[in-house]
Design a protein around this ligand. Sequence first.
Ligand SMILES: *[C@@H]1O[C@H](CO)[C@@H](O)[C@H](O)[C@H]1NC(C)=O
Ligand SMILES: *[C@@H]1O[C@H](CO)[C@@H](O)[C@H](O)[C@H]1NC(C)=O
Ligand SMILES: *[C@@H]1O[C@H](CO)[C@@H](O)[C@H](O)[C@H]1NC(C)=O
Ligand SMILES: *[C@@H]1O[C@H](CO)[C@@H](O)[C@H](O)[C@H]1NC(C)=O
Length: 566
Amino acid sequence: MKKPDGGAVAKCSSALIVISWFLVVLQSWSLSCLWVEAHPLCRCTHLMTPQELSVIRRAFVFGTFANEAIFITTDDEVYVFGLNCSNCLGTGDSLSTIVPKKLDFLSGRKVVSLSYGSGPHILLATEDGELFAWGHNGYSQLGNGTTNQGVVPILVSASLLNKKVIEVACGSHHSMALTDSGEVYAWGYNNCGQVGSGSTANQPTPRRVSSCLQNKVAVSIVCGQTSSLVVVDNGEVYGWGYNGNGQLGLGNNGNQLTPCRIAALQGLCVQQIVSGYAHSLALTDEGLLYAWGANTYGQLGTGNKSNQLSPVQIMTDKERVVEIAACHSTHTSAAKSQSGQVYMWGQCRGQSIVLPHLTHFNCTDDVFACFATPSVMWRLLSMEHDDFLTVAQSLKKEFDNPETADLKFCVDGKYIFVHKAVLKIRCEHFQSMFQSHWNEDMKEVIEIDQFSYPVYRSFLEFLYTDQVELPPEDAIGLLDLATSYCENRLKRLCQNIIKRGITVENAFSLLSAAVRYDAEDLEEFCFRFCIHHLTEVTQTAAFWQIDGNLLKDFISRASRCGAFKN
Ligand SMILES: *[C@@H]1O[C@H](CO)[C@@H](O)[C@H](O)[C@H]1NC(C)=O
Ligand SMILES: *[C@@H]1O[C@H](CO)[C@@H](O)[C@H](O)[C@H]1NC(C)=O
Ligand SMILES: *[C@@H]1O[C@H](CO)[C@@H](O)[C@H](O)[C@H]1NC(C)=O
Ligand SMILES: *[C@@H]1O[C@H](CO)[C@@H](O)[C@H](O)[C@H]1NC(C)=O
C-alpha cells in the first residue's frame, strides 16, 4: 500500500493556510461528497494527486477554529496537522505543523471512533477496543488521574482495563466511552454533573455511569458542551449534566447529576441522537425527528427561537428523515431525508435559520464544512474507496487492451488494440466505415500509413477518454487527422495544445500548419504571435523554409496591420 511519502506531505503543506483562509472568506473534500470541494481539508486535498488522495480513508477536522485535522490512510497510519493548542496534535514536540506528521504510536491500529473536546482533547478508540487520549487535561479529561497535558497519545486504562471500547464522545471538557457490552464510562470536568457520578467533583479516571443505567445496554453516546445523552437498546434516551436550556428534554431546566430517562419520548424508539452546543435532536426508527434544548439560533427548527424544555417533533411536513447531524461545538443542525435531500438550520454562517432549509448538498458533512462555525466535522468522515469504476473509468481502462479488443490498428509496425463498438459509437468516421462495406470477418488488423503512431494512438485514446496528451509538434499531426475525420472537438483540443506550446522557434511552422488544416482561430493566434515577435521569428530556420505563397500572404497581412510602419 502506498503511503503519503515526502511528496504527498509537502503538497499538503498549504492546507492550514487554506483552512484559515476558508474561515475568513466563506467556507465551502470528494471522494464521497462535495466535502472534497467544500471543506478546508478537502481544499488541501486538491493539492494532492489522485494517488496521494486515494490513500486517505478517513478524516476529521476539529478545534476551536477548525484549524486542526487528523487523517487516516488505507494502511492505518494516523497523520495530524494544524495548531498545537494544548498539544492536541499528540506529536510529542509541542509544535504546530502545516506538514502532516505521523503519529507512530498509533501506527497500524484501526480507528473506529474519534471525538474532540474544546481544550482541545482527543479521544480515539481502536478496533481492538483500546482507548487513547491526548491534548488538554486541565479537568482530567484524559482519564489517567492527572491534569498534565498529554503530549502524545496515552492508553486510557484504569477501570477500562479489559473493557472493549467501541465508541467515544467528548463534551467541552468531559469524556465518555461506550463498551461492547453496553456500559457507559465518563470522566473529566463535572461542574454540572456531566459525568453522571451523582456529584459535581471532577472525575480523574473513567467511572461507569450507573444508577438507572445499571441494568441497561447503551448503544450510542453523545455529548453537548456540558451535558451527556445515551440511547439504550430499546430506544429509550437518558440524559444528565447541564440542563439550563432544557437540553436534557426532561421538561425542566435543572441540572441532573445522574441519568434521567426522557419520559416525553415514551413510546418512541430512538435510533440516532446528536447534540449541539446546548440542543439535542433524536431520530426514531420511523424516521420522525424530535428537537429540544437551546434555540437562540433556531437550531431546533421549530420556526421560532424559544428554548424547548421537552422534545417537539419537527419537519412533520417533510419526507422521512434518515440521518441527523450536530456537533457539541456548534449551534448548527442538519438532516438528510429518504430521497437524499439535505436540510440545515440553526446557526448557518452567522445567520439564524429557524426552519429546516433545503440545500443542494448530498451529505450532512458538507453542511458542517460550509455553514457551521467553526467548520468542524460532526463525525469522523469516511471516504471509502471502493473498486467500482464508472463507465468512463472502465472505458479508459480498456483502451489498448489486447484481452478484450476485437480489432487492432497497425501503425509504424506497432499495434493499437480497440473495440469496434466503441469506435462506432464515438466516431462517425468509424460508424460509416463499419456500416457499409465492412465484412465482420474480413479484417482484424487495419493498416494506417498516413499518420504516425503517436498521433493515431492519441486519436484512438481520445475516443476512449475525451482527452489528448501530446506535445505541440505532434498535435499538428493530430489536428490534420481531426480535420480529415471531421472531429471538431478534437480539433479544438489540438489547437489549444498548439497555442500553449508556441515559441519563437516553432511559431512559423505552426502558422503554416494552421493554414494547411484550415484552423482559422489557430491561424489568427499564430499570426498575432509572429507579429509580436517579428524580428525574432524572421530569424528562425522555419521562416526561411516556408513556401513562397504563404510568405507573400504573411508579409501582406503583416503590412496591413502596420508591422512595417517605419
Ligand atoms: C506551538 O508551536 C509554536 C510554533 O509552531 C511555538 O512557537 C509554540 O511555543 C508552541 N506552543 C506550545 C504551547 O508548545
Ligand atoms: C498521565 O498522563 C500524563 C500526560 O501524558 C503523564 O504526564 C502522567 O505521567 C500520566 N500519569 C499516569 C499515572 O499514567
Ligand atoms: C415555538 O415553536 C414551538 C413548536 O412549534 C411552539 O410549541 C411554541 O409555542 C413556539 N413559541 C413561541 C413563542 O411562539
Ligand atoms: C453530490 O453532489 C455533487 C454536486 O453538488 C455531485 O457532483 C455529486 O455527483 C453528488 N454525489 C452523489 C453521490 O450524489
